[in-house]
Design a protein around this ligand. Structure first.
Ligand SMILES: [Zn+2]
Length: 126
């Protein structure tokens, strides 16, 4: 869903297709990605990004497989919200539902672990 209310956007134009950038402008009138004053910071961030990528891949493996698609979708939502391609209310609702799903899965996992502990203690008693 596209927000149609007139809001200030970044002054830059996307090189790829010539459309105006929809990023949230800073006092300079440009978004974080286009602010000419932040060029050095961006270069430094890109350098660090390479190092962080390996870390991100490692962290990604810690997410239970069942939650991975939700995580990916929420990551997309973050990008869409930043690009103002998504109604913030929808993003907020999605985050609420995703949090509820995570809680439910966490409870389910805990029950599974308790059940397996009970099973193993039953087996020990014979
Ligand atoms: Zn921009």
């Amino acid at each position: 869903m596209v927000i149609d209310s007139p809001v200030a956007t970044c002054r830059a134009v996307r090189k790829k297709d010539g459309t105006p950038c929809a990023g949230i402008p800073m006092p300079s009138g440009y978004c974080l990605a286009h602010d000419p004053g932040l060029k050095d910071k961006r270069r430094e961030a890109a350098r660090r990004g390479g190092q962080n990528k390996a870390k991100a891949v490692r962290l990604r493996r810690l997410i239970p497989p069942r939650l991975a698609p939700i995580f990916d979708r929420l990551e997309e939502v973050l990008d869409e919200l930043h690009a103002r391609k998504l109604d913030p209310r929808i993003g907020s609702s999605m985050a609420t539902v995703a949090a509820a799903m995570c809680r439910l899965l966490a409870v389910g996992e805990l029950e599974e672990r308790v059940r397996s502990l009970e099973e193993s203690s039953k087996n020990r008693k014979g």
